[in-house]
Unconditional design. Structure first.
Length: 243
């Protein structure tokens, strides 16, 4: 009788554990992700993944911005274990291209790391996407959506303004900088980047698509601060921004 009770109890516990594992690994990695917006990246990597239990399937592409090389459409297969996806990439002929792992960084961000040495894929990449499953850890990301300007700062040599839209961790928008002596007016600059924690990493491009400068936005009391991380004379090195 005791043995029978023990067997039944063990079966129940096993079932509960199996259910918990399924819940934890259900669809954490399902969704569409891209490294577009990562100003430190040397190319754009995309991942479209579907997870069923621990099984991972999907497609991927990588296009380099340094030599214009393109991997073409790659198939992705693998498995998830302890919130890490171990994946293999194959070309359209079924040949193995590379191996790698994908881990969660926040509710809308994946971190890819290649475990081989293939030139067809980046060594590492941050991937951002709107589609995140409810099982993904709920990590808050600061929102920079809005219009900003340093107008009113009497110590500034010019006025820099931003109009930003944020979706998840991805940032898009426009900016302009004009000096008080009218010697410089950048015109309308495009702004792209991503948010990690409380900091936004952004890149400025002119209307021809040429990179003008890189910088960061971060909280400064009740305001937002801008700091240039390059050495461009087209933008100020620091500015306090007000909504």
């Amino acid at each position: 009788m005791i043995s029978r009770v023990f067997i039944i109890t063990a079966a129940i516990l096993s079932s509960i554990c199996a259910s918990n594992i399924t819940a934890q690994t259900g669809k954490v990695f399902s969704g569409k992700f891209s490294s577009e917006g990562d100003v430190t990246a040397s190319g754009i990597m995309t991942l479209e993944l579907s997870q069923t239990g621990s099984k991972i399937e999907g497609v991927s592409n990588y296009q380099s911005v340094t030599d214009d090389s393109n991997s073409g459409m790659l198939s992705v297969n693998g498995y998830a274990k302890d919130n890490v996806a171990y994946i293999r990439f194959r070309d359209q002929r079924g040949n193995v291209v590379a191996d790698g792992s994908v881990s969660l960084k926040d509710a809308a961000t994946l971190y890819f790391k290649q475990t081989t040495n293939s030139s067809m894929l980046p060594s590492v990449a941050y991937l951002y996407g709107k589609e995140s499953h409810s099982n993904t850890p709920n990590v808050s990301v600061r929102s920079y959506t809005g219009s900003y300007s340093n107008e009113g700062d009497t110590t500034a040599k010019g006025i820099i303004s931003f109009d930003i839209s944020q979706s998840g961790s991805k940032i898009e928008g426009t900016a302009n900088y004009k000096t008080n002596d009218d010697q410089l007016d950048t015109g309308l600059l495009s702004v792209n980047g991503y948010v990690k924690g409380d900091t936004a990493y952004i890149r400025f491009r002119d209307q021809k698509g040429q990179t003008v400068a890189d910088g960061i936005l971060y909280p400064s009391g009740s305001n937002t601060a801008f700091k240039q991380t390059t050495s461009s004379n087209s933008l100020p090195y620091k500015a306090t921004l007000y909504r």
